[in-house]
Design a protein around this ligand. Sequence first.
Ligand SMILES: Cc1cc2nc3c(=O)[nH]c(=O)nc-3n(C[C@H](O)[C@H](O)[C@H](O)COP(=O)(O)O)c2cc1C
Length: 229
Amino acid sequence: MNRYPDSDIDAIYRVIRERRDMRHFRPDPVAPDQLQRLLQAAHWAPSVGFMQPWRFIRITAPERRQALHAMVESERRRTAAALGEREDEFMRLKVEGILDCGEVLVAALMDGRERHVFGRRTLPEMDLASVACALQNMWLAARAEGLGMGWVSLFDPVALGTLLHLPPGAKAIAIICLGHVDHFYEQPLLEQEGWAGRQALATLVSENSWGEADARRIAVAPTLANTSP
Ligand SMILES: Cc1cc2nc3c(=O)[nH]c(=O)nc-3n(C[C@H](O)[C@H](O)[C@H](O)COP(=O)(O)O)c2cc1C
């Protein structure tokens, strides 16, 4: 049988549903073998042309962690200013836990990506999609192990590249906060804080062509449309 046992299937859907982007952490360290498992989970991800474009830099020097935090803080203020009327509301959101979490990683796209044409000739951004798959694997594995993970993308990738000595062509795409948490948010924090809500699935799926709202609504079977996490 190709199918997993029902209890395993339930566990897969459960971790998908209960994964959260975490920004509140306890400071206790992540055990080295646990970190290794999470990195291995990331490395088992699919990638365009089996390119494996992910690179991870573990941040262990406290001053380097401080520097990352300062970069994010400065981008957070720029983002707030760019948001106009939602500036104050945005500034009240917690958008990272860099100084509190047990472990910080930087995830980057490798250098020399132009050599990889398979699956990227018309869609070069498939390298980024591949790294996102790796990070999603890590996110799910961390949740299953009871560890929180937060993806932080509020930074200037050029400045971060300079700080961490990335080679030309490589690009940092995520600061990853990993660590123990008191509890996982029941809903996305941005939903809890009233910033945004999850859209109805049925409005995002259409049939045969890009659908108008009404057409989209009928495209998904009611049972599926009603399955909200
Ligand atoms: C590519 C990407 C970048 C993100 N960057 C940030 C970020 O800089 N700061 C932050 O607080 N959350 C960030 N998030 C987390 C999202 O805000 C979060 O996934 C979303 O609000 C839904 O919540 P959930 O992940 O708990 O379901 C990012 C998520 C993704 C996928």
